[in-house]
Unconditional design. Structure first.
Ligand code: ADP
Ligand code: MG
Length: 455
């Protein structure tokens, strides 16, 4: 701690504070996230998970971890400072002036490369939003805030606890269906739409309309200046059935993006600050004050074949009728007590950072709606935890997912037969792997050691 001097407070939230700090006797600046450690050991483990997961990530488009330590019941995570702030602020500053398509594609590809890296490590981010994507003066995108991320393991299964921000939450969450890597893709699509239109795709004046818009996947078309490629990309990402949604690998293989992918890859090779294994990155273990070498992150989970027999996939109850959409369609209008405020440009909904992170039990849509009716809609831009039924068998299969008998083919394209030329391309489902939350109980010091140990 004494290595750093606090320069300013740059963010405050449920976790504690984000501080801009300077490394003593140098001009180097970092962000130090100061997280109040909860009393319960389970909650403490969750807090430490953020440091563990960030340390595991080594990618030019992910905020670089420097070190983590504990002092006075707080966990401190020191990371790279992204000096151009977050993408939401960048969008607000546009004041209605659209970004050129090449900027959008350049940013989007970098976001995809970051998500590809975390998905390869069987980690779900679970809170991808423009507020958690940062920019540097070199116009590099950096995905940050791993406070909601989780390590997942077994393929062909799903997470039943969800953390996320309602505006970016995919239909399967509202439908009480399982969550997997495709849900991160939906959130990524929301960010892509935001940088194309400077608006959120599913803006609404009430919770009911927000959820209805998300579950129906209805959004205004992109401004006409953007290409067919961009429109078709968004359309595919906003497929309500996660199995129909492209994986990040599939997105990055799109013809229209390949050139940008190559440009981003070569730019990253040229940038020495982004080279992995920077010796200045380290993890300080709590209390022992011991500094260990930077993590030479090798994938902790060997990629598993996604060609397992369909019978391996878990099934959910069929024929349940109480889907969110059903309930919503018959519900009286849920209006928030305070309507969402729009920013000066009238595009971005403001929210109060200081409010505590809230949690709800999500057992049935009615319960959820009852809770939502007491919540301001502007809080839908905050991160929540949704606890769901423990066993996947208890998760209801919703009516929205109408082809419940369909094979578990992934990235399939049943729509757009006539208009989508990419339909003709040969496709592989290999990169599309569903995975579930890790069960193992591993303490954070040994976890950090495992990551940092060069073997
Ligand atoms: P949370 O969303 O859980 O409150 P974040 O990790 O997103 O925590 O950090 C909170 C705020 O601190 C961000 O919204 C951003 O304004 C600022 N911040 C966090 N990390 C960075 C970073 N690496 N560079 C610049 N600003 C950051
Ligand atoms: Mg955040």
């Amino acid at each position: 701690m004494e290595n750093y001097k606090v320069l300013s407070v740059i963010g405050e939230g449920s976790f504690g504070r984000a501080l801009l700090v300077g490394l003593q006797n140098t001009a180097e600046k970092y962000v130090m996230k100061e997280i109040r450690l909860p009393k319960s050991s389970a909650a403490m483990k969750e807090s430490r998970q953020e440091a563990v997961l960030l340390a595991k990530m080594k990618h030019p488009n992910i905020v670089k971890f420097r070190e983590a330590f504990e002092a006075d019941d707080h966990l401190y995570i020191v990371m790279e400072y992204c000096d151009r702030g977050d993408l939401l602020d960048t969008i607000k500053h546009q004041r209605g002036k659209l970004f050129p398509e090449h900027t959008i594609l350049h940013w989007f590809v970098q976001m995809c490369l970051a998500v590809q890296h975390i998905h390869e490590k069987r980690v779900l981010h679970r809170d991808i939003k423009s507020k958690n994507i940062f920019l540097t003066h070199t116009r590099t995108i950096k995905l940050g805030d791993f406070g909601s991320a989780r390590v997942l393991s077994s393929p062909m299964a799903y997470v039943c606890t969800y953390v996320g921000t309602p505006y970016y939450v995919p239909p399967e969450i509202w439908e009480n269906l399982p969550y997997n890597n495709k849900s991160d893709i939906w959130s990524l699509g929301c960010v892509l739409y935001e940088i194309c239109t400077l608006k959120h795709p599913f803006q609404a004046g009430s919770w009911k309309n927000l959820i209805l818009k998300i579950c129906r996947g209805t959004y205004s078309p992109l401004p006409s200046q953007y290409s067919y490629e961009l429109r078709s990309l968004i359309k595919q990402i906003f497929r309500k059935d996660p199995r129909q949604r492209p994986s990040v690998n599939t997105i990055l293989k799109r013809r229209g993006l390949l050139k940008v992918v190559n440009v981003c890859a070569s730019a990253q090779l040229d940038d020495p600050s982004d080279l992995p294994n920077d010796e200045s990155s380290s993890i300080i273990q709590p209390r022992k004050e011991q500094r260990v070498a930077a993590p030479d992150v090798s994938p902790l989970y060997v990629a598993q074949e996604s060609t397992s027999p369909l019978s391996d996939r878990r099934q959910w109850k069929k024929g349940a009728t109480d889907t969110v959409l059903n309930v919503l369609e018959n519900a009286s209008i849920l209006t928030s007590s305070i309507k969402a405020n729009t920013s000066e440009g009238g595009h971005v909904i403001k929210y109060d950072l200081k409010e505590k992170r809230k949690e709800w039990n999500k057992e049935a849509p009615e319960t959820l709606l009852n809770i939502l009716s007491n919540l301001d809609l502007c809080s839908a831009f905050k991160t929540y935890t949704i606890y769901r039924a423990k066993a996947p068998e208890d998760c209801l299969k919703g009516l929205l997912c109408n082809n419940s008998q369909a094979p578990d083919a992934t990235d399939s394209r049943e729509e757009e037969i006539d208009i989508d030329p990419e339909r003709l391309e040969t496709r592989s489902d290999d990169e599309d792997t569903d995975f579930e939350e890790e069960e193992g109980d591993c303490d954070w010091v040994s976890e950090l050691q495992r990551v940092t140990d060069p073997q």
